[in-house]
Design a protein around this ligand. Structure first.
Ligand code: KG4
Ligand code: ZN
Length: 341
């Protein structure tokens, strides 16, 4: 049997623990989300996030042991999110992972959070084959990557300012919605009338695969100030925001497929849970004879499963090192891990 890999995710406001083994797939995964705790403050408070990870990580590990019957001694490697993310939050997962790995005399593997996201659709059936274009859309990142294999990532384009998730979150805040704004804005926009307001599509015709969302936020601010405060107006604005973001993401994803000549698109990261984006991408890419792949909804946002899975793939490529000196990388460019191979 192939190795059993434990995954630990703690880069932001979710503590995720999972066990993965190649033949049997995902054995179990457990998640604690801090959304309720941070919503009081309208966004993630880093110090509170770190402290909560400290509280949750061991009980979640125990939960996964109970659910699977897989004891600590049966685990062959521990993968953890090494970055990018909040420094303090990353340190919790990294220190628990390295301490456990040291005690068990097994390798500890630092994983890039975005690599976890972009490989997560491979956990689904059918899984996309390499090569594919990945649209990574999370609260902190918006990138188009060409993926030729595990560890073979080429950046095609990225946001020059705000991430798509940030555009959802900031617009939601302007509309008086809670944190995280993406799901709340998507829900409100369901009762909105499309086409009532026209918001800018920044860089739609820039001729490259980069994005910019900060101008959209300013346009939403102006629109909200000018409009009355009734529920239907807010829903119509929410609808216009979602349309603008989806329009830009879908156009650039299409352009990336044309540019690379590839037919498979993988969508990963929290914004990939957006139903309107999913519908639009499936329609657009389907028309070109291509296919879109998504992670299961539960694995769109941060989770331990994607880290356990990426760790298992890395371990299959090269034997993990038993070197328990560790650092975390709050800022870490995904292209860098291609070069280290
Ligand atoms: O990948 P993720 O869980 O965490 C980061 O690594 O950032 O992404 C979180 C982002 C947030 O900005 C959240 O508002 C957005 O994903 N999001 C959504 C939806 N669900 C989550 N945005 C739009 N529509 C959704 N349904
Ligand atoms: Zn994420």
């Amino acid at each position: 049997m192939s190795p059993i890999t434990r995954g630990i995710e703690s880069s932001c406001d979710e503590t995720g623990i999972a066990l993965y083994q190649a033949e049997r797939g995902l054995l179990a995964h457990a998640l604690h989300t801090q959304v309720a705790m941070h919503s009081e403050y309208g966004g993630v408070v880093p110090e509170l996030a770190s402290r909560d990870h400290v509280r949750r990580v061991i009980p979640l590990i125990r939960q996964v042991v109970r659910e699977t019957g897989v004891s600590m001694a049966q685990i062959n490697a521990i993968a953890y999110t090494q970055g990018p993310g909040l420094g303090g939050a990353l340190l919790v997962g990294a220190s628990v992972a390295n301490a456990l790995a040291y005690a068990l005399d097994i390798p500890a593997i630092g994983i890039h959070h975005l690599e976890g996201h972009l490989l997560s659709p491979l956990l689904s059936d059918p899984a996309p084959e390499f090569p594919f274009v990945a649209l990574l859309v999370s609260g902190g990142h918006t990138q188009l990557m060409r993926v030729d294999g595990v560890g073979q990532y080429t950046l095609l384009g990225e946001t020059l300012d705000d991430a798509a998730g940030e555009a959802f979150d900031k617009s939601a805040k302007l509309l008086g919605l809670g944190y995280p704004g993406g799901p709340a804005l998507a829900q409100l926009s369901a009762s909105g009338h499309p086409g009532q307001y026209k918001l800018p599509r920044p860089m739609l015709h820039s001729g490259n695969l980069d994005f910019s969302f900060s101008g959209l936020k300013t346009a939403v601010l102006t629109l909200v100030k000018q409009s009355d405060d009734n529920e239907q107006t807010r829903a119509n604005i929410a609808c216009a925001v979602q349309e603008a973001i989806v329009d830009v993401l879908a156009s650039k994803a299409r352009a990336a497929l044309t540019h690379t000549g590839l037919s498979r698109l993988v969508v990963a990261g929290g914004v990939g849970a957006n139903q309107s984006l999913r519908y639009r991408l499936s329609e657009d890419v389907g028309k070109r004879g291509g296919a879109v792949f998504y992670p299961d909804l539960q694995f769109c946002t941060d989770n331990g499963a994607m880290i356990a899975f990426a760790g298992a793939l890395r371990l299959a490529q090269q034997p993990g090192k038993k070197d328990y000196r560790f650092n975390v990388k709050p800022r870490w460019n995904l292209a860098e891990i291609t070069e280290t191979l």
